[in-house]
Design a protein around this ligand. Structure first.
Ligand code: HEM
Length: 404
C-alpha cells in the first residue's frame, strides 16, 4: 500500500503520439506503471490517475467516489471545467439520491425499445443528409455536412429544440467542451445556453408539444433551473459525442480498407464493429473526474478521503487483460470482429451514459448508410493534415474533407 504523492505533471492537452487514435503517451505510460498512479493536475493539485479496467469500474460504481464537484479535492483538468461544474450543475455532477431523482425524469425516452421505434426516423434523417451532400457535388466536409447535422437533428427532434438554432447551440457546446476556453468564456456559453433553454421551456409550459422539454416543463416537481441544466446536458451530450464518433470512425475505417470491405460485404458485422470503434476510439479521452469521500483501497493503493481521481476510460479500453488476449488482435489494434462488449466508452455505474441506446442506433445507421451509399468514399487530404481535437473533452477531428 502506498500514498506516495510524488506526482508527474499532467499536461493538457496531452500530446499525441504517432497514432492519433492511441491514448496520449502520458496516459499510456501511467498505465504501464500501474493501475493507479499519482499525477499533478495543471492547477498544481494532486490526483490519482486510474488506468486499469477493473479499477476504473470500481471508481465509477463505488459510492465512496463522488461526482459532485462541490466536494473539496474534486479534480479539475482546466479552470473552465471548474467554472462549468459549480454553477447550476446538471445531474452528471450530482450523487444519488439527487442524481437519481433527475435522471429518472428523462430515462424513459432513452430506453432501447423507445430508441428502436426511432430507427426509421433516424434512417430518414441520415438519408436526407446524404442526399443533400451528394446533390451539392462529389466532395464535402464530412464533419459539417454529415457527422454534426445527423445527431443534432435527432436530439433537436427528441428535445423539441428548433433545429434552426443549431449554429447557436453547436458553437456554445463547443466552447463548453473546449479545454482552452477561459472561465469567462465557459460561463458566457453556459449562461447563453441556459437562458435559451429557460425561455424555450417557458414557452413549452404554456404550449406543450410531444417532446422531452415539454414533458419536463409541465411537471410540478422540477424547478426551471433544473429543467435548463438537464436540457443543456442532453443537448450538448446528445450531439457532440455522436458527431465526433461518426467522423473519427470514418477516418479509422478508411485507414483499414480490408476491414471496411468486410463491413460492406456483411452488414451483420456492423453492430459489433460499432462497439469495437467505441472501444478503440474512446472519445471521452481525458478521464472522468471523481473525488473520494472516504478512504478507499484501490488496486493496492490507499486513496484518501478528499483526494481526486481521474478514471481513464481510454487506457481501460486498451487493458490487455481484457482485450487482446491470446488469439485476439492486440488491444491497440482496431478489429471490427472483436467482441468488445466490455468496453467502458460509455462509462460505468450510476452515471453510465443515458444516451447509449440512441448513440448506438445513430452510429449503426450512419456508418452502414455511409458505406453502402458512398462506395468510393475517401479522405482527400493526407492524414497528417487532419486536425484532431486533443483540446476538447470529447476527442474528434475538426474537419474531414472527403470525396466519393
Ligand atoms: C454520460 C459517453 C452519447 C447523454 C456519459 C458518460 C460517458 C458518455 C463516458 C459518463 C460520464 C460520467 O460518468 O462522468 C458518451 C459517448 C457517446 C454518448 C461516447 C456517443 C458515442 C450520448 C447521447 C446522449 C448522451 C447521444 C443523449 C442525450 C448522456 C447523459 C449522461 C451521459 C445524460 C449523464 C448520465 C448520468 O450522469 O447519469 N456519456 N455519450 N450521451 N451521457 Fe453520453
Amino acid at each position: 500500500m502506498t500514498t506516495t504523492p510524488t506526482a508527474p505533471a499532467l499536461a493538457l492537452p496531452a500530446a499525441h503520439g504517432s497514432c492519433p487514435f492511441d491514448p496520449p503517451p502520458a496516459y499510456d505510460q501511467a498505465a504501464r506503471q500501474g493501475a493507479v498512479t499519482p499525477a499533478e493536475l495543471p492547477d498544481g493539485e494532486f490526483c490519482w490517475l486510474v488506468t486499469g479496467h477493473q479499477e476504473v469500474r470500481t471508481v465509477l460504481s463505488d459510492p465512496r467516489f463522488s461526482a459532485d464537484a462541490r466536494h473539496p479535492g474534486f479534480p479539475f483538468l482546466t479552470p473552465g471545467r471548474r467554472a462549468l461544474a459549480v454553477t447550476n450543475p446538471s445531474f452528471i455532477r450530482m450523487d444519488d439520491p439527487q442524481h437519481a431523482r433527475l435522471r429518472r425524469m428523462v430515462t424513459k425516452d432513452f430506453l432501447v425499445h423507445r430508441v428502436d421505434a426511432m430507427r426509421p426516423g433516424i434512417q430518414r434523417i441520415v438519408d436526407e443528409t446524404i442526399d443533400r451532400m451528394t446533390a451539392a457535388g462529389t466532395s464535402a466536409d464530412l464533419v459539417t455536412d454529415f457527422a454534426l447535422p445527423v445527431p443534432s437533428l435527432v436530439i433537436c427532434l427528441l428535445l423539441g429544440v428548433p433545429y434552426e438554432d443549431h449554429e447557436l447551440f453547436q458553437a456554445q457546446s463547443r466552447t463548453l467542451l473546449d479545454n482552452r476556453a477561459t472561465p469567462a468564456e465557459v460561463e458566457a456559453a453556459q449562461r447563453g445556453l441556459t437562458g435559451y433553454l429557460t425561455e424555450l421551456a417557458a414557452r413549452k409550459r404554456s404550449h406543450p408539444a410531444d417532446d422531452m422539454l415539454s414533458r419536463l416543463a409541465t411537471r410540478e416537481d422540477v424547478s426551471p433551473a433544473e429543467i435548463a441544466a438537464t436540457g443543456l446536458l442532453l443537448l450538448v451530450a446528445g450531439h457532440e459525442t455522436t458527431a465526433n464518433m461518426t467522423a473519427l470512425s470514418t477516418v479509422a475505417l478508411l485507414r483499414r480498407p480490408e476491414q471496411t470491405a468486410r463491413l460492406r460485404a456483411d452488414p451483420e458485422l456492423l453492430r459489433g464493429a460499432v462497439e469495437e470503434l467505441l472501444r478503440y476510439l474512446t472519445i471521452v479521452q481525458s478521464g472522468l473526474p471523481r473525488v473520494a469521500v472516504e478512504d478507499v483501497e484501490l488496486g493496492g493503493t490507499l486513496v484518501r478521503a478528499g483526494q481526486g481521481v481521474l478514471a481513464m476510460l481510454s487506457t481501460a479500453n486498451r487493458d490487455e487483460r481484457l482485450f487482446g488476449a491470446a488469439g485476439e488482435s492486440a488491444a491497440d489494434e482496431l478489429e471490427v470482429s472483436r467482441d468488445a462488449r466490455r468496453h467502458l466508452a460509455f462509462g460505468f455505474g450510476v452515471h453510465q451514459c443515458l444516451g447509449q441506446p440512441l448513440a448506438r442506433a445513430e452510429l449503426q445507421i450512419a456508418l452502414e448508410t455511409l458505406l453502402r451509399r458512398l462506395p468510393g468514399l475517401r479522405i482527400t487530404v493526407p492524414e497528417d493534415e487532419l486536425v484532431f481535437r486533443g483540446h476538447s473533452v470529447v476527442y474528434g477531428v475538426d474537419s474531414l474533407p472527403v470525396a466519393w
